[in-house]
Design a protein around this ligand. Structure first.
Ligand SMILES: [Zn+2]
Length: 311
């Protein structure tokens, strides 16, 4: 396993506020506000934004406006790289009407979580992923597969290497461009992150791995640092840490993408921190959308403090 990553390997930050963040919020954000949020996020210099999900609106009414959002957004001709989630091939076909370069889809490491979430077995999900990949590749799109509940499941509790092995095995032959190892309920620790990455490295190079962490117990930044030290360079977050997990009561949102950027910025691994743009977007989430923010930076901002070391 590679232990000393090259310094030149660039970090990729994906902000998932509009998808993972908003889908877990109980209130539905109106289309105009989402477009405004998307416009603000596109100025925050994230490498990629996950902007919506082409699910059945009956399942996730918060994201029932995927087409309308994309129709308005892509008229503007923004150069921001985007990604959107699809639950199945039908969703993928809806996505392909828009110039979205990244298609994301899902399988859970926990059989019960998979069943409750998409109403099918893991094997059925992996089959569906194969067909999504073939449809998306035909249209020259890139694919991210989220493997959720990698570090723990609200129903089955512990997830072991034997849960992960057959999934990694199949996905390694699937043609997916990126595997997002996801700590859906936020229970990973640095040592379990190390263990899973050691296992995943037998199937995927670190350049194909992304880490999607939630921060329920406050370990997410430590987990990011551990993964970085091992060789991972792609990380997800939501601004201000908005969101949660509708299937696990008390689970908090994603790691905050503002804190994530600050961690790398402070260590000189990212050159700039777009302070005015991030401040403005945090303000919008808090004051216009009325969301509760959990990031360290947003709390300092809320109290009128200054961000030490960020000019
Ligand atoms: Zn998530």
């Amino acid at each position: 396993m590679k232990t000393e990553p090259q310094k030149s390997e660039a970090i990729t930050l994906t902000d998932v506020t509009l998808r993972d963040g908003l889908q877990a919020e109980s209130k539905t954000v109106p289309l105009d506000s989402k477009l405004q949020l998307l416009n603000l996020l596109s100025q925050c210099q994230f490498n990629r934004l996950e902007i919506t999900s082409f699910v059945n609106p009956k399942w996730i009414p918060q994201l029932g406006d995927a087409e309308k959002l994309c129709e308005s957004w892509f008229k503007k001709g923004s150069t921001q790289e985007t990604m959107a989630f699809v639950p199945n091939t039908k969703g993928c076909e809806r996505l392909l009407k828009f110039p979205i370069p990244w298609v994301s889809c899902f399988v859970a490491a926990s059989p019960t979580f998979n069943q409750k979430n998409v109403n099918c077995t893991i094997d059925e999900s992996l089959k569906e992923i194969e067909s999504i990949i073939s449809v998306a590749k035909n249209a020259k799109r890139k694919i991210r597969v989220y493997v959720s509940t990698v570090w723990g499941c609200p129903y089955e509790k512990e997830i072991t290497a034997s849960h992960l092995e057959p999934i990694f095995q199949k996905l390694s032959k699937s043609g997916a461009d990126e595997i997002a190892l996801s700590d859906t309920i936020g229970v990973a620790t640095p040592s379990t992150v190390r263990a899973v990455l050691s296992q995943s490295s037998k199937f995927f190079p670190f350049s194909k791995i992304a880490l999607h962490l939630h921060n329920t117990y406050g370990f997410a930044l430590a987990n990011v640092q551990t993964a970085y030290d091992v060789g991972v360079r792609s990380f997800d977050g939501s601004l201000g840490g908005v969101g949660g997990c509708p299937y696990a009561r008390g689970a908090t949102g994603n790691i905050a993408s503002d804190d994530l950027r600050n961690l790398f910025f402070r260590q000189g691994k990212l050159k700039n921190f777009p302070k005015p743009e991030i401040e403005k977007t945090l303000d919008y989430l808090r004051n216009e959308l009325g969301l509760v923010l959990n990031s360290s930076l947003s709390k300092i901002q809320e109290k009128g403090g200054s961000w030490y070391g960020i000019e």
